[in-house]
Each structure stands twice: as structure tokens, then as C-alpha cells.
Ligand binder design. Structure first.
Ligand code: ZN
Length: 435
């Protein structure tokens, strides 16, 4: 089902006209209501009226997460607090969090944005949707909740954690859709098996996963374990929370809610704009948000945009699954390495469980990378020959993909920590002082 056919199947020219009109308005709105933008525009002699076409957006300076942190808590808000009906914050591990506020209309648009993506993933009003994202300041739980309810699905606000109870709810309430991070979906399948229950017998049909990226290989593993269709959706607190884009069942990239969020791809080094089909950092502008408008927000997520019509009938531009984050990128011995590349290699082997950790250390000026990989079956650890063989194979394949040498250490099943939220993949023990 297409939730909003008028918008999601709109012709390109009509969409461009709508985006242009909304861009002009949001630029004037941001300039007039948020001193941060006025200052930025004034400092380069840019007037809101200078932005007339979508291409003119290039003249607007970028906004970063640091700008939001510096404005903690409410400096980026465009309306008085009496107009704000809900506040959320990012789960920043260091320093102040990013705080965002929603007006009544923003809440309405948020529910619409998520409802479209849920419908896109094949959810209907007949589904029982269990939200295993954390509720609270994090946008994941509430965002999906509002959207699924707008769609008419039965929402089970289980929140994250309490894993055995999650399985009980699934069985007793007839849950058909699981909403969580992909790593938690994987962990829940293990818990299910520990309880002596075959995950496939639960009757889940679909998974709506987000909050962290996952490789195509991990997607296949989650689908195999649960017997479901795994779909990915994408968003971030600074822009709205979940609701920016999501996969349809044809899984040819994530459909973007383009009438609400204007996407661009830039070269992260030169900052110049790239076209469809070119890989770079995604930049998003909110086109209708009232509480906290974002002009050219640098997401740090690396992806590719394409605009061919999808088999599902939607004409909206799509983005490739996030290929990495500019700040996830590890620089080891001068080579760029993304954790997602490592995941893709590991997932090709049946002996490797989908749990791994990358440990970085420094010896003098030399960085070393050790990849700890859980074995799927502990018996391989008893045979030195098999163990060595498997380690060598992994090491070889990793070197081919990463272009650098990594030490591989196979570890016991279930020895890498599980979480109910985002998985911790990288442990950086390098001594930063030497640089
Ligand atoms: Zn589609």
C-alpha cells in the first residue's frame, strides 16, 4: 500500500516545483526566526531572497552537529517554548546532547513521514507492531510509535531490553512486525533459541530496522533466522528522528520523503555538490519543520542517490543503504577502513557468528588492528588445525578487501557483549598523544 500516493508518486517536475517553493519559505523562516542563521547569512552577505532555485542552495553554509551542541539547549529553536509540544535529545556519549523540539504540526508531519515508510515496508493496519526501540529522549521509540499508530497498526510499546519478556509478548500478542536496531533483532533470535523456541515459529513477518546501519549479509542472516523480510529505515534526531527514508519490499534503496527533506550529496573533502549515482556525504535540509529548521545539515553518512522510478510505483528519489559514516571511518596505517567492510567479509562464512569487535592498538607509531570474531560453533576451537585454517582464510579475505593486514582472533560463542541498542563495534585503545 502507498500511504500518500499524491506525494510518493509525484512526477519529478511537480516535486521540484514543490521543493523549490518550500525551500524559499524555509530559508526566509529560518533567517527571520533563528539568530544563528541570520548571523551566518549576514556574515557572507547572503539574503534569503537570493535562494530562488534548488541549485541556489549551494550558497547556504552547512550546519553541523557541533552547531547544535554549541546552541545547547534551545538556541536553534525557531519558536517560543509555548509552541513546542515535545522535546527529544540525541544519546551523545560525549559532551552535551543535541536537543530538538517539535511543534504540533511537526508532530503531525513526523507521524505522516514514518507512516509512509512503514507502509512502504509492507506494514498494514492488520499488523501487530512491537517497538523494541528505547522510549524516552531517544527519537526511535516514539517516532516509530506515532507513525505506526497513524498507519493503524496495533502498537506494542515494549521499549528495549527485558529480552525474554519481548519474546513472550511476541508469542502471546501475535506480533507480526519487529521494530528495533538490527543488532537487537539478531540478539533476540538467540534469546528465543535459548528459551527453546524456534524464532520462525513466532510468526513475525516483517522487521523495520534502523538506528544503525547493517550490511546486506547481516540482513540475510536476520531474514534466515526469523523467516522475515528485513527492511531498513533511516533518520536522525537533528533532522526529525526516524522518518527520513525507508526501504520498500523491492529493496532497491531507501525511498526519501523528499517533500519534507531535501537531500544533497557532497564530496566530504572539497564540499562540492555531486550528482545522482555519485558516492559522497549526504546533506539534508528540512523543508517544512517549524520547531527547529535545519539548513544543509551534514549527516556524515556516506551514500549514493538515484532517481529512477522504483518497481513499487513510487517516484521518490532513493538513497543506497548507508555505506559508512565519515566519523566511523578508521584510519589505520594511512588506509581508510569502514567497519561495514569488515562485517561484509565475516558474514560470508558459516563458521563466523555475526558478532565481532575491532580492537585498535598502537605500538610506537604503528597502529595495529585485531578483529575478534565469534565462532558460530565452539567445537572448531578444539581443533588447532581447523582454527588456524579458518583464521588464515579470514585474514586473507580481509586483506583483499581492506588492503591492509589485520590480526584475526577467534573467540568463544557468546563472548562478545550483546546490547539492546546500537552495537559497539570498535574499541580504540590507540594512544592519541603521539599525533
Ligand atoms: Zn520502491
Amino acid at each position: 500500500m502507498i500511504f500518500n500516493k499524491n506525494i510518493e508518486c509525484m512526477g519529478r517536475d511537480e516535486m521540484t516545483a514543490l521543493q523549490t517553493e518550500r525551500l524559499r519559505k524555509i530559508v526566509i523562516y529560518s533567517y527571520e526566526k533563528v539568530p544563528f542563521y541570520k548571523k551566518k547569512f549576514d556574515s557572507i552577505g547572503l539574503l534569503p531572497g537570493d535562494i530562488r532555485t534548488l541549485e541556489d542552495i549551494e550558497k547556504i553554509p552547512f550546519t553541523t552537529k557541533d552547531d547544535l551542541r554549541d546552541g545547547y539547549p534551545f538556541e536553534m529553536f525557531a519558536v517560543p517554548m509555548s509552541e513546542i509540544v515535545e522535546i527529544h535529545a540525541s544519546s551523545g556519549t560525549t559532551g552535551k546532547p543535541v536537543v530538538v523540539g517539535y511543534t504540533k504540526k511537526d508532530m503531525d508531519d513526523w507521524a505522516e513521514a514514518v507512516a509512509r515508510l512503514a507502509a512502504c515496508a509492507g506494514i498494514t493496519k492488520d499488523d501487530v507492531a512491537q517497538v523494541a526501540f528505547g522510549y524516552g529522549m531517544f527519537t526511535g521509540g516514539f517516532g516509530l510509535h506515532y507513525g505506526l499508530q497513524r498507519l493503524g497498526a496495533t502498537v506494542v510499546p515494549a521499549s528495549s531490553g527485558n529480552s525474554e519478556r519481548q519474546i513472550m509478548y511476541m508469542q502471546d500478542f501475535g506480533t507480526t512486525a519487529l521494530i528495533s536496531t538490527p543488532s537487537y533483532a539478531l540478539y533476540l533470535s538467540e534469546i528465543c533459541e535459548d528459551m527453546g523456541i524456534d524464532p520462525k515459529s513466532i510468526g513475525l513477518r516483517t522487521g523495520l530496522f534502523g538506528g544503525e546501519g547493517h550490511s546486506a549479509e547481516l540482513t540475510a542472516e536476520i531474514e534466515r533466522r526469523w523467516g522475515i523480510t528485513d527492511t531498513e529505515n533511516y533518520g536522525m534526531t537533528e533532522i526529525i528522528g526516524p522518518g527520513v527514508s525507508g526501504e520498500c519490499t523491492f529493496k532497491n534503496g531507501l525511498h526519501i520523503n523528499e517533500d519534507m527533506f531535501l537531500p544533497e550529496i557532497i564530496d566530504a573533502n572539497t564540499l562540492s555538490r555531486l550528482g545522482y549515482g555519485e558516492k559522497g556525504e549526504m546533506v539534508l535540509t528540512t523543508l517544512i519543520k517549524e520547531g527547529i529548521p535545519m539548513l544543509r545539515f551534514r549527516t556524515k553518512d556516506i551514500t549514493v542517490l538515484f532517481d529512477e522510478k522504483c518497481e513499487c510505483g513510487r517516484t521518490s528519489a532513493r538513497m543506497h543503504k548507508v555505506l559508512g559514516r565519515t566519523d566511523d571511518m578508521l584510519i589505520i596505517k594511512g588506509v581508510n577502513v569502514f567497519p561495514s567492510q569488515i562485517e561484509s567479509v565475516l558474514m560470508k562464512f558459516a563458521h563466523a557468528a555475526p558478532y565481532y569487535q575491532i580492537v585498535l592498538k598502537s605500538h610506537g607509531f604503528i597502529d595495529t588492528m585485531e578483529i575478534q570474531v565469534e565462532v558460530a560453533d565452539g567445537s572448531i576451537l578444539d581443533s588447532y588445525r581447523k582454527l588456524e585454517e579458518f583464521e588464515n582464510t579470514l585474514r586473507h579475505d580481509l586483506r583483499t578487501v581492506l588492503q591492509i593486514d589485520a590480526k584475526v582472533k577467534l573467540v568463544e560463542p557468546r563472548s562478545i557483549e550483546r546490547t539492546a541498542g546500537k552495537a559497539k563495534r570498535v574499541i580504540d585503545l590507540r594512544d592519541k598523544k603521539q599525533f
